[in-house]
Ligand binder design. Structure first.
Ligand code: ADP
Ligand code: ASP
Ligand code: MG
Length: 408
């Protein structure tokens, strides 16, 4: 059972979480519960670091950020004790979660869950601080990237062969779009791994991308549901040949993106390789890439990246200005992305055309386009994002479509 930040935001909510865990234990299950930092604690810690330094050292940032989850899991353990249960809390490293050394976005490489197993065998409920681990050399505390407690939960579930991994959050499941933006968004009873991966990658933060990868790769039954209601939520499932494929299952959006354009690079082999190698070495997550022919043997290259990596990317690109001889670099920090996801797109042409038409009718300008077999993404101005999501939700009639599929 994994509980997100808003589910443990205050003392009453922590007691509510403890009651949910206790009920599961009393029904006869062994329970490992992963908890996130309370409320906006992690945001507060990031802000604190920024008050001290413009460029906080990533190792020290991880020392700081990992504290939020430790607080919550100790508090939930105390609440469980008061309900008469045996419970022990563990940090990520005590839980045996080993990662690579990429501070602030480390990847889990191994889980040695012996202490968790021992705790369960001793009749305890095990509480694990989400979002963190220990570098595989055993030297440093690492964190898994924002939203990473989901990943802790699914990876642990895989490693101890759990029957199910339940993600408890502040919404009742995965919706056709972010319910905070689209009033008519509806809960999907099921969604395939492939579609959920696209939704998560393209900004639906209800599940962290890596957690969905773990669920798919290790066959972990994954259930997203509400901390505050007993209702069934959304099951993330393997796609089967007889599954009905919605043309559009959901809409994801990202607001915190930026775009860099490098003009006048030499139009010759090796140039793109050099640019994206330095960015990859700096662990910058480049996304949509477009290259245009310029003139006089020169080309222009644009790509998107997370807004908070923009200044680092510019620094890195400055270091190769001499060797690449590009003309200029410009950045746009006012962009975002809207994505339609649906497995049925594979066999239905015309979805992109309809999407572009809907946006043009709203006078929304498209800056870049990027597609896969089951998604279409447009890069647009940040201020247009919410309007675009609502217009597309309406135009593709997702409310009626999802309701109909829920009934079959
Ligand atoms: P937690 O703190 O429990 O991990 P998050 O804030 O990370 O919760 O994720 C839940 C939030 O994700 C919801 O409050 C909702 O606003 C947002 N969200 C975005 N897209 C979706 C979607 N398609 N379905 C459900 N929630 C979504
Ligand atoms: N507390 C971390 C964050 O806010 C991890 C998580 O909530 O999953 O990103
Ligand atoms: Mg989350």
């Amino acid at each position: 059972m994994k509980f997100g930040g808003s589910s443990v935001a205050d003392a009453d909510k922590i007691r509510n979480v403890a009651r949910r865990i206790a009920a599961a234990r009393e029904s006869g299950d062994d329970v490992v519960a992963v908890v996130s930092a309370r409320g906006k604690t992690t945001d507060g810690l990031v802000q604190l670091a920024n008050e001290i330094s413009d460029r906080p050292d990533p190792r020290e940032l991880d020392m700081l950020l990992s504290t939020g989850e430790r607080i919550s899991c100790a508090l939930v353990a105390m609440a469980l004790h008061d309900l008469g249960h045996q419970a022990v809390s563990f940090t990520g490293s005590q839980a045996g979660i080993f990662t690579d050394s990429a501070h602030t976005k480390a990847r889990i490489v191994e889980i040695r869950a012996d202490r968790i197993r021992e705790a369960l065998e001793g009749g305890n409920i095990a509480l694990v601080a989400g979002f963190q681990g220990m570098s595989i050399d055993g030297k440093n505390v690492t964190t898994l990237g924002r939203g990473g407690s989901d990943t802790t939960a699914v990876a642990l579930a895989a490693s101890i062969n759990a029957d199910v991994c339940e993600i408890y959050t502040d919404v009742t499941g995965v919706f056709t779009a972010d319910p905070r933006i689209v009033a008519g968004a509806v809960k999907l009873p099921r969604i395939s791994h492939e579609e959920m991966l696209e939704m998560a990658a393209m900004g639906s933060k209800v599940l962290a991308l890596r957690s969905v990868e773990f669920a798919r790769n290790y066959d972990v039954p994954l259930h997203v549901r509400s901390s505050f209601s007993p209702d069934e939520g959304t099951w993330i499932i393997k796609e089967t040949p007889d599954m009905e494929q919605a043309i559009v299952s959901g809409i994801a959006h990202k607001s915190d993106e930026a775009k860099i354009t490098i003009t006048g690079v030499h139009d010759q082999p090796g140039v793109a390789a050099s640019i994206f190698t330095v960015l990859a070495d700096a662990l910058i997550n480049v996304d949509t890439i477009i290259q245009n022919m310029g003139s006089d043997g020169r080309a222009d290259l644009s790509f998107t990246l997370p807004l908070d990596e923009l200044s680092r990317a510019r620094d890195v690109l400055d270091t190769i200005k001499g060797s690449l001889e590009y003309t200029s670099i410009t950045a746009d920090d006012q962009i975002g992305k809207v994505t339609l996801v649906g497995a049925g797109m594979k066999s239905n042409p015309g979805i992109a055309a309809k999407m572009f038409r809907v946006l043009s009718d709203k006078d929304i300008n498209i800056l870049m386009i990027d597609t896969s077999t089951i998604r279409i993404t447009v890069v647009i101005n940040r201020r247009d994002i919410e309007r675009a999501v609502r217009a597309l939700h309406d135009a593709f009639d997702l409310e009626a479509e999802a309701t109909r599929r829920g009934n079959v």
